[in-house]
Write a protein that binds this ligand. Structure first.
Ligand SMILES: *Cc1c(COP(=O)(O)O)cnc(C)c1O
Length: 376
């Protein structure tokens, strides 16, 4: 038995008829860009989250950029972002002309460390982008309190957290606005690139919609220069079919996570934690192991694929060399870079597959522990 890291085909097979029909309909109606199906999905997704506006766009990276622009953030501004996240979070800040300022992450929740935010605030700081990393919401009450105190905007990066909740509130409904990615491998994924921006703020929504569609307020009426970042009809139709199953798939992810939790509980490794006030949606199931690369090799030999999120924390990637960061600037992110390991996680994983992963991981960790005791 092999256990792939993700299996988008397995999910497709469960909804094949509905997806194929939805795609055929878009084509027969030639509703290719924005239009009817994008509008339907926007309304459905806004209703799912309980927010006033959802503005669709081409991908999750664009959604961060456009929202920053819509909030007036640009040249000369600083935006706080977590040290460990996918590069889009920081990249979008640079694209709008502002400077990303990294904040170390919490050692156990992996989200931005709320105790380390204020020391990074300067007179130029304009916003914070908390990332609900791996599917667990960042500590939003504390983040919002800091933001209010310093008059900062908050953009929630929800690319990994569709349907996650914090104190009963859905991720994406707590900040000034929030960005979503519907990249195929995300918890709610299209069959190509897709993104969404959500907010309760009429002004941000209106500006975001204008920027994403060439600054138009009506056909050929360009109030500003914008850009082309639109959702296509096929992706919108796919997302509408899949949104109906999101909660069911999330429950399956949570059941799978609970099995991992149980079957790995006797190993001396760091497992994911879920604070009682949060509902984790396990976009990724991330553990920390010593001798990570040896563990990966053993799992691979047993037919199990794994991932690393992320092998190099952003302050230490070549792209951000200009900031000249040292490991001691972000000790948690730096230490975890060589220890993080993402196990297979998706709704269609079977108990048998999870058992197999746990068994293999146990053998790997125990073998390494044994060689370490031998050598002392
Ligand atoms: C995937 C992702 C994005 C970007 O989404 P794309 O649709 O791939 O552009 C942004 N932030 C985080 C945390 C992500 O995981």
């Amino acid at each position: 038995m092999t256990v792939p890291f993700v299996d988008l085909k397995a999910q497709y097979l469960t909804i094949r008829r509905e997806i194929d029909d939805a795609i055929a309909k878009v084509i027969s109606e030639t509703a290719f860009i924005s239009g009817k199906y994008a509008k339907i999905f926007e309304d459905e997704f806004a209703a799912y989250l309980g927010v006033k506006h959802c503005v669709s766009c081409a991908n999750g990276t664009d959604s961060i950029e456009i929202l920053l622009q819509a909030m007036g953030i640009g040249r000369g501004d600083e935006v706080l972002v977590p040290a460990n996240t996918w590069i889009s979070t920081a990249e979008a800040v640079t694209t709008v002309g502002a400077t990303p300022v990294f904040v170390d992450n919490h050692p156990e929740t992996y989200t931005i460390d709320i105790g380390k935010i204020e020391e990074k605030i300067t007179p130029r700081t304009k916003a914070i982008i908390p990332v609900h990393l791996y599917g667990l919401p960042a500590e939003m009450d504390e983040i919002m309190a800091i933001a209010r105190k310093h008059n900062l905007k908050v953009l929630e990066d929800c690319a990994q957290a569709h349907g996650a909740t914090y104190k009963g509130r859905k991720a994406g409904t707590m900040g000034d606005c929030a960005s979503f990615s519907f990249y195929p491998g995300k918890n709610l994924g299209a069959y190509g690139d897709a993104g969404g921006m959500v907010t309760n703020d009429d002004d941000i929504a209106q500006k975001a919609r204008m920027i994403a569609n060439h600054g138009q307020v009506a056909k050929n009426v360009h109030k500003i220069e914008g850009r082309n970042s639109r959702l296509d009809g096929i992706q919108a139709a796919v997302l509408s079919v899949k949104l109906k199953r999101l909660d069911e798939w999330t429950e399956a992810r949570r059941r799978n996570a609970a099995l991992y939790d149980e079957w790995l509980s006797d190993l001396d490794i760091q497992l994911p934690i879920e604070p009682t006030h949060s509902r984790h949606v396990y976009h990724l199931y991330v553990v920390q192991v010593p001798n990570r690369d040896e563990v990966i090799a053993k799992l691979k030999a047993d037919g199990i694929e794994t991932g690393i999120h992320y092998p190099t924390a952003l302050p230490f990637t070549e792209a951000y060399r200009r900031f000249k960061h040292q490991p001691s600037d972000f000790p948690v992110a730096h230490r975890q870079m060589s220890r993080l390991l993402s196990l297979p996680m998706y709704a269609e994983l079977t108990e048998e597959m999870i058992e197999r992963v746990c068994e293999s991981l146990k053998q790997a960790v125990q073998a390494i522990a044994a060689t370490q005791t031998d050598s002392v």
